[in-house]
Design a binder for this molecule. Structure first.
Ligand code: B16
Ligand code: MG
Length: 217
């Protein structure tokens, strides 16, 4: 069967969580809300709008839609300003090798990300040409753990969900892949990502034969 290899972006291909954190931290501090790295874990794979709501909940604050819109814009401008100097050095260890191997073996590759900034990030890091299909935060209405983003990617590649393989660093993303009946591969901490079918600490821990087996399955 033809396969589809679907990659999440933040936390899988690049570590943009640190930039998201800095930008949210500024907003939180302005609002007098204590926002820690631990809290930042809650925002992984979660949309921008939902992230702000989570931060406001943490601080027990309510806000008007007007204020929320202002902070969302401010957060994104701040985040984008951190990305100006981004280049291929920010691609996480082992990722490039896997993308290269999949391409050499003519395997369909997709991006399945909640981020609305996915395209500029793939361009800056020089890997956008590896992706046959890009589904991001601009294309979906339901956020992970809803499987919409991954189902769209597989459909665009003409591949059945059972033949799709998802690489994800967030719990919500692993749940989305599982709900879609796709093969879920967690990238990160095995205690956090225990719902994944396979878990690796990063892409350097994934062997070529593991990928070959997925292709042949
Ligand atoms: P943006 P992913 C997600 O990307 C991030 O994990 C999450 O922290 C962020 O809030 C979300 O994208 C939206 O990003 O503000 O750029 O639209 O992990 O699904 O690739
Ligand atoms: Mg992610």
């Amino acid at each position: 069967h033809k396969k589809a290899f679907i990659f999440d972006l933040d936390g899988v291909i690049v570590d943009t969580a640190k930039y998201h954190f800095l930008a949210w931290k500024k907003i939180a501090t302005e609002l007098g809300i204590d926002f820690t790295h631990e809290h930042n874990e809650l925002l992984k794979g979660v949309s921008r709008v939902r992230s702000l709501d989570i931060i406001l909940e943490l601080g027990n604050k309510e806000a008007s839609q007007e204020d929320k819109n202002k902070w969302l814009t401010q957060k994104n401008e701040d985040y984008l300003s951190q990305l100006v100097d981004m280049d291929s050095s920010e691609i996480l260890p082992g990722v490039f090798k896997v993308l290269q191997f999949l391409k050499e073996n003519n395997q369909p590759i997709a991006l399945g990300s909640a981020s609305k900034n996915a395209r500029p990030i793939l361009e800056k890091t020089g890997i956008i040409s590896y992706f046959d299909v890009i589904v991001d935060g601009n294309d979906v209405t339901n956020a992970k753990p809803d499987p919409e983003v991954f189902l769209n990617a597989a459909q665009l590649l003409n591949v059945k969900p059972e033949d799709a393989i998802v690489f994800e660093d967030s719990v919500a993303g692993i749940q989305a892949a599982n709900i879609a009946k796709m093969i879920s591969i967690g990238i990160g901490d095995e205690t956090i990502l225990h719902e994944a079918q396979y878990i690796f600490k990063d892409f350097t821990a994934i062997s070529q034969s593991f990928i070959e087996d997925l292709i042949k399955k």
